[in-house]
Design a protein around this ligand. Structure first.
Ligand code: ASP
Length: 584
């Protein structure tokens, strides 16, 4: 038997017991006649003591040769510690070792395997298996497990069935590029890895499964943005015979359950906001509503004077920064530089201080009267002591710019508290989105999303005004889930493909199976998918999804531990009927 107990359980209750423990050596303190060792496993750390007066000389001698991360097994007696450590569950006791077995030695680890480590990100990723021995990483993975289990249990109790769908499929458009897999047995043909199980879950509804879910890997070959993974995990769900209201209620239930079960927070009914409202009030379709600083549209009180910059702008919009009047001139200049950085791209920023006595001092005093500025304050909700920041320009540029500033300032002001949870639904998304590159409309969610009833006709006259039965669940400024009510009628689906620029032949080749299925009694259906990695990170009070993934890829999409992607040899290429056009 390798162990009678794990390293996280022994306490004074076990005094005098003979126990066997196994684990890794985290730390050694060698005082010559006495040696203390911290023995670690997944459950915790137990202190061992080798004492020349009580431990036999051979064991003592072997103990002298131990090193960090050696794997050992010991037999010994539980005794009371002289200097107790109240910070650990096993801190009252230590094990007086009588037998020591070396199970495996270890090279000196490239970084210290403790809560605080000296290892940088790259090094830790290269030796991720050592990183996983560290408590913070281990706890994140255990936390993820807890969330997954809570999801499974909840959905299963609500009659959802977990069904596995294939990974080797044909392209499903979710707006990214596919990862493809060459087929050895079908020369020149390729599978695509699913960007999501979208079409399969719809087919499960046609198959009468009624309520489906799956915790599933999805693959998207996107240009990598910070904290995106080319493979990621979704909680993918679909329901038959539902309207949008039914789906929102079902998954508000799941989210509320998770908040209560995992973080112990009870939240009331989730607010709902239309996409248009979210854009107007926060400049963003995933607003963080843990704090105010809502947009105030100033066109009416900023475009009646001689200030050309504002007069020529489509939108003049401001936010009130709580306590911002305390910023020095230098700090405000730094803010202006911040919004002018290429990543944000504002032309400049107008500001107005609201002094404690309620008087105004703005960067455009030349143009505006105190009464004008009082209107700015009223519109943005600025109070004495605040700072009003104003941007102007085309709507679609200014909104994201001011939204970025709002988030940045809230971060600096400590308003984005990780222990506070503010979920909301954003509904009524536009069906279509104009794509500059291809100069045509694309489905904003995906081509299977149904337009709002009665809006199909608008497609011909005013496509960008068509709203969809599509919704996002937003938590603390992150989109954690998104879905829609689907088209379940062949005629409408083929019209949609036609509208999105598929020829009938292309639509048939790519999605014939789905439209065929719709002819055999497809029920009305809809669903949603949550990003599990992000959800877990937010519930864990953190923002980086990589910290909650056992073996993540780096920002360049590489796994630096196994060194992938990597070339394959000529034989394999031949077998797959591939020739690589790369010059050496
Ligand atoms: N398939 C969609 C996605 O991955 C989610 C859904 O519509 O259910 O975003």
């Amino acid at each position: 038997m390798y162990r009678t107990h794990d390293n996280g359980t022994l306490s004074l209750e076990a005094l005098g017991q003979e126990v066997v423990l196994s684990g890794w050596i985290q730390k050694i303190r060698d005082k010559g006649f006495m040696i203390w060792v911290d023995l670690r496993d997944r459950y915790g750390i137990t202190q061992l003591i080798f004492d020349a007066e009580r431990t036999d000389p051979k064991t003592m001698e072997l103990a002298k040769k131990l090193g960090r991360e050696f794997v050992i097994q010991v037999r010994g007696t539980v005794i009371e510690r002289e200097s107790k450590n109240p910070n650990m569950p096993t801190g009252d006791v230590e094990i007086l070792v009588s037998e020591l077995t070396l199970l495996n030695s270890a090279l000196t680890p490239p970084f210290t395997i403790e809560d605080q480590t000296d290892g940088g990100e790259d090094l830790r990723m290269k030796y991720r298996y050592l990183d996983i021995r560290r408590k913070p990483v281990r706890e994140n993975l255990m936390f993820r497990h807890k969330v997954s289990m809570a999801v499974r249990n909840y959905l299963s109790a609500q009659n959802f069935i977990e069904v596995e769908t294939p990974y080797l499929i044909k392209s499903t458009p979710e707006g990214a590029r596919d990862f493809v897999v060459p087929s050895r047995m079908n020369p020149g043909q390729f599978y695509a890895l699913p960007q999501s199980p979208q079409t399969f879950k719809q087919l499960l509804m046609v198959g009468g499964m009624d309520r489906y879910f799956q915790i599933v890997k999805c693959f998207r070959d996107e240009d990598l943005r910070a904290d995106r993974q080319p493979e990621f995990t979704q909680i993918d769900c679909e329901m038959a015979f539902v309207s949008q209201e039914d789906v929102l209620n079902a998954f508000e239930g799941l989210t509320r359950h998770l908040l209560k079960e995992i973080v112990g927070v009870e939240v009331g009914d989730f607010p709902r906001m239309t996409y248009d409202q979210a854009m107007e009030r926060y400049g963003n379709d995933k607003p963080d509503i843990r704090f105010g600083m809502e947009f105030g549209v100033l066109n009416h009180c900023a475009q009646h004077r001689d200030f050309g910059v504002f007069n020529s702008a489509e939108l003049v919009v401001g936010i009130a920064v709580p306590g911002g009047n305390a910023y020095s001139r230098k700090e405000i200049d730094a803010l202006i530089d911040w919004v002018k950085r290429p990543q944000i791209g504002a032309q400049g920023m107008v500001y107005c201080r609201v002094a404690e006595d309620g008087t105004f001092k703005s960067s455009v005093d030349k143009f505006y009267t105190p009464d004008d500025l009082a209107q700015w304050a009223e519109t943005t909700g600025a109070k004495p002591g605040d700072l009003i920041c104003v941007l102007s320009g085309p709507k679609d540029k200014v909104r994201p710019q001011l939204s970025a500033l709002r988030m940045e300032l809230a971060q600096r002001l400590g308003l984005r508290r990780p222990d506070e949870f503010a979920p909301l639904w954003v509904v009524d998304f536009p069906l279509l989105e104009w794509d500059e590159e291809t100069q045509r409309y694309h489905a904003m969610h995906h081509p299977f999303t149904s337009p709002k009833p009665g809006q199909m006709e608008l497609l011909e006259t005013d496509p960008s005004a068509v709203k969809a039965n599509a919704y996002d669940l937003v938590l603390n400024g992150n989109e954690i889930g998104g879905g829609s009510i689907r088209i379940h009628d062949k005629g409408i689906q083929s019209k949609m493909f036609d509208y999105l620029g598929f020829t009938p032949e292309e639509a048939k080749a790519q999605f014939g199976f789905l439209m065929d299925a719709f002819q055999y009694g497809a029920p009305p259906h809809g669903g949603i998918a949550f990003g599990l990695d992000r959800l877990v990170a937010i519930l864990g009070g953190q923002e980086t999804i990589r910290d909650f993934i056992a073996f993540p890829k780096n920002n360049a999409g590489r796994d630096v531990m196994i060194d992938a992607p990597a070339p394959i040899d000529q034989g394999q290429l031949n077998e797959l009927h591939l020739s690589i056009g790369l010059k050496p």
